[in-house]
Design a protein around this ligand. Structure first.
Ligand code: SPV
Ligand code: MG
Length: 439
């Protein structure tokens, strides 16, 4: 069980398990006590097929350990039951019959095959209690929302549970709602965005301002508060250079206070220009020492242990080479950075892959973030296989909306009416139904 939102369907299954254990005992009173063992799926096992649970493994363990039908709880670190079945050689394996179709059907088949091979046990599949599903409860919980602390800690939990994490740029509550709810199915597995990116480029552009640290923190936090009012996923904040060391310490606390999970600061100094301009404009990289001091100041200032400070390396953007990038990555990590971001403006991912390969040979743990805006032909899965943990799609939502709005504005002027561009707009009926409570 995932046992995140315990409902009567779970209890029904446990009661059946208890009864089978009791029957075994009364049929063989001299044998060792028959135990009900609950395999509790870890965050990692759950994240491999659906959203991360609301409660941590430790919290879920605390709950199920106190259920009276359960004798023992053991971790199940994979979606597959094979490891635990081989270790326990159970008399019965009990699982709701809802896994006969859908994403878990191959897991079920593996259970059947393993039991047959071991010749030890029988699969019992009680009818899943209709009308109650954790997915439905999840919908209800989402309507209720999430607390600041729970949201803040989500990113670290997700990093520990799965890779890649797919993060989408959002510059308004509406764009965040689209990011929150978009999903596809690949081989029966639901794939969705794991969180949001607050981009300095699109936050500035949507205010008609240049991406030069001209939009102040308070203004950007207002947008993020609006995003947080209607969503539940974690957010990574693009803090440009982080400003002066003394100012950065205050910014970290402001970001934590609203429930932001991580801040990324880039090792540039002076008037910051967007990285995708590279050396086409004057840009100065910070010294390793000064930037490391900034990371240290931020780490000292943070209040929660879950907040992450991620150091962004601009060496490849500024043509300083792989050696400089690697040297900085380890220096920033050693200064306390919780992750690094390596950026590139090349049209293909080769220099990112070279960096990942070299970095991962020496460090298999530190989370690595990449932003495939210019090298957009590589998939998130391939970047993850190469060693990246977090893939940020940094600006596509704003770029898409600009094109759409411009076409419509132009079309109205050209035709002197809106009839011709109606097909490019969502219908009035749809917009009235989009946000619950409008009607
Ligand atoms: C942003 O989205 O503002 C970023 C990423 O910092 S980039 O624009 O590629 O520099
Ligand atoms: Mg930026």
């Amino acid at each position: 069980m995932a046992a995140d939102l315990i409902h009567p369907g779970h209890i029904n299954i446990l009661k059946i398990a208890r009864k089978l254990a009791n029957d075994l005992e009364s049929s063989a009173p001299n044998s060792p006590k028959a135990k009900v063992v609950l395999g509790l799926l870890t965050d990692k096992a759950i994240a491999s097929y659906k959203r991360l649970p609301y409660m941590t493994y430790e919290q879920r363990l605390e709950v199920v350990s106190h259920l009276k039908e359960v004798d023992v709880v053991i971790p199940q670190d994979t979606l597959s039951y094979e490891g635990n079945i081989r270790a326990l050689k159970p008399r019965y394996v009990i699982h709701g019959d809802d896994w006969k179709s859908g994403a878990q059907s191959y897991v079920r088949q593996n259970v059947i095959d393993t039991l047959q091979e071991l010749g030890c046990g029988e699969l019992i599949e009680p009818h899943y209690t209709q009308g109650i599903s954790s997915t439905q409860l999840n919908e209800n919980a989402r309507a209720i929302g999430i607390t600041t602390n729970a949201r803040l800690s989500l990113l670290r939990r997700l990093i520990n549970a799965k890779s890649p994490l797919r993060i989408l740029e959002t510059h308004s509550a509406l764009s965040a709602l689209i990011a929150q709810n978009s999903h596809v199915k690949h081989n029966g597995q639901k794939i969705e965005f794991d969180g949001f990116w607050s981009s300095s480029l699109t936050d500035s552009t949507s205010r008609g301002k240049p991406d030069i640290e001209a939009v102040e923190l308070t203004s950007r936090l207002n947008t993020i508060n609006e995003i947080f009012e209607v969503t539940t996923k974690p957010l990574i904040y693009d803090a440009d250079t982080g400003g002066k060391i003394e100012h950065f310490a205050f910014s970290v606390r402001s970001l934590e206070r609203v429930g932001i999970s991580a801040v990324i600061i880039e090792d540039k100094t002076g008037l910051k220009k967007n990285s995708l301009l590279g050396n086409d404009v004057p840009q100065t990289q910070d010294s390793v020492k000064d930037f490391s001091d900034k990371i240290r100041a931020g780490k000292l200032a943070q209040i929660t242990s879950d907040f992450m400070i991620i150091a962004r390396i601009e060496s490849l953007i500024l043509n300083k080479g792989q050696k400089d990038a690697l040297h900085r990555a380890f220096a920033y990590r050693d200064a306390g950075a919780d992750g690094i971001m390596i950026h590139s403006r090349h049209k293909n991912a080769s220099e990112i892959l070279t960096f990942l390969d070299a970095f991962r040979k020496l460090d298999s743990n530190t989370p690595v973030v990449v932003v495939p805006t210019s090298f957009n032909d590589i998939t998130a899965r391939d970047l993850s296989d190469a060693g990246a943990n977090i893939i940020i799609y940094a600006n596509q939502m704003l770029r898409a909306s600009f094109i759409a709005m411009q076409r419509v504005a132009q079309g109205i002027l050209e035709h002197d009416r809106s009839k011709e561009i109606e097909g490019e707009c969502m219908s009035i009926d749809s917009i009235l139904k989009l946000i619950p409570g409008t009607i």
